[in-house]
Design a protein around this ligand. Structure first.
Ligand code: ADP
Ligand code: MG
Length: 244
């Protein structure tokens, strides 16, 4: 199959159907805009399983997604989309760059879910955008900003509810959206411990509770075990996910 694009975490292949792509999830891990590189054993299959489960779950709750099927442990068939070059981040609790840039203490519960837009441009370091910057760049119009915000907040409510059932706190996460051949806006890319901050509610120790890529970013160890924990809990709960 023809390779369309190789990213940091996945490879996209064309298929016989121009409206369908095959995504292959890699064990490769990067952080800090790819300045830190490594491998997380088994991550490809784990993230593919988690993302497949969550995207399917969201689809049944009325969120349009690119998910089609998972033919192999590391492979996902998806609807081909034209990616909106904006990373939509939703935060429920202060962590990461929000703490660095605002001084909010790590772990502070935010008064309402914060939706942020970052330019999807590795060369520029994925800068934080304002609403007017989005409009000036012409990436999206006002109506699309509203739609992205509304979708991101709805997805947040569904995921908070689901992860709570897994005894996991959804701290923050990143989403990507794109338009399919019919012009429908779909949730694309992945939702996984690479793209979410997830804290284990059964652990009180601030290091022990981290179940996401921060273990890799900050060299906390037990990275594979954390990803496996998320996979086990997500797959155990997914059948019972009716949302709300
Ligand atoms: P990156 O290094 O840009 O994070 P990844 O390895 O995570 O890349 O993923 C590969 C690329 O595939 C991403 O740039 C993402 O925007 C893109 N992508 C995800 N889903 C789709 C889709 N359904 N159609 C087209 N491109 C997609
Ligand atoms: Mg990515």
């Amino acid at each position: 199959m023809e390779k369309l694009y190789e990213g940091k975490a996945k490879i996209l292949y064309r298929t016989d159907d121009p409206e369908v792509l095959l995504t292959v999830f890699k064990d490769d891990a990067t952080a800090f805009n790819a300045q830190k590189r490594g491998q997380i054993q088994g991550k490809g299959a784990i993230n593919c399983a988690i993302a497949s489960a969550l995207l399917q779950g969201l689809e049944t709750l009325g969120i349009p997604t690119h998910y089609l099927s998972q033919p192999q442990p590391t492979e996902m068939f998806v609807k081909a989309v034209k990616i909106v070059p904006v990373e939509v981040v939703v935060r429920n609790i202060a962590a990461g760059s929000l703490c660095k840039q605002t001084g909010l203490p790590l772990g502070q519960v935010l008064p309402f879910p914060l939706v942020e837009f970052y330019l999807k441009d590795d060369a520029l370091g994925d800068p934080l955008l304002t609403r007017d910057r989005l409009l000036v760049l012409g990436i999206v119009n006002e109506a699309e900003i509203e739609t992205l915000q509304t979708l991101a907040l709805a997805i947040n409510q569904h995921l908070i509810h689901f992860f709570n059932q897994c005894q996991i706190t959804l701290v923050d996460f990143k989403l990507e959206f794109g338009y399919d051949a019919q012009g429908t806006l779909l949730l694309a890319d992945e939702i996984s411990p690479d793209t979410c901050r997830l804290w284990d509610q059964t652990q009180s120790d601030p290091t022990a509770k981290v179940l996401d890529k921060d273990r890799f970013r900050q060299d906390l160890g037990q990275v594979e075990a954390a990803y496996q924990t998320v996979q086990q809990r997500v797959l155990a709960q997914i059948q019972d996910w009716h949302g709300k």
